[in-house]
Design a protein around this ligand. Structure first.
Ligand SMILES: [Zn+2]
Ligand SMILES: [Zn+2]
Length: 171
């Protein structure tokens, strides 16, 4: 994965870690592009509220992006807007910054299998690219349509029925 604007996905959460429970940091990330496998998400706009919880930071985000699809009915390529909401919890790299010097020992989070542990890096930055990637992928339809009532292609004469009529009796 090669993202030329990768650092735009990095947010510094130090101020929340040293702040108080309930503090909120609002972040808007705009006009970024994310390349993932062979897919490209363009014009990403994400609104995220990072909320300081007791020992973690909760992120509640809304994200939308432009995404090129091939219509499953008529095979035409079109750009769709996809959007998704997500919630994520981030653990600090080191609890010292939050004033919990012994916390790590009594919470065995390495063994929490069901919980997807997302850790901040040493400088207390979060990298949002994988979160964005996951939530955008979850918003992609398995059988996308160019429009709600796409008429598809006639299986007999192969005309695109959105543009032309045909006299076949196959549909
Ligand atoms: Zn279509
Ligand atoms: Zn036909």
């Amino acid at each position: 994965m090669q993202n030329k604007n990768k650092n735009k996905f990095h947010v510094n959460l130090s101020s929340l870690l040293i702040g108080n429970i309930g503090d909120i940091k609002k972040v808007i990330i705009k006009e970024v592009e994310l390349l993932s496998n062979n897919e490209t998400f363009n014009n990403i706009i994400a609104n995220i509220n990072f909320i300081r919880a007791d020992k973690t930071i909760i992120a509640k985000g809304k994200i939308r992006a432009n995404f090129k699809i091939i219509c499953s009915r008529c095979s035409e390529e079109t750009v769709q807007v996809i959007s998704s909401n997500y919630e994520e919890e981030y653990f600090p790299y080191n609890y010292d910054i939050m004033g919990f010097h012994n916390h790590i020992e009594d919470y065995d989070y390495e063994n929490e299998i069901d919980l997807q542990i997302q850790k901040l890096d040493k400088r207390n930055f979060v990298d949002l690219s994988s979160t964005f990637e996951n939530s955008l992928y979850s918003a992609i339809s398995i059988a996308p349509k160019c429009k709600e009532h796409c008429k598809g292609i006639c299986i007999n004469c192969l005309k695109n029925l959105n543009y032309e009529k045909c006299l076949c009796k196959t549909h």
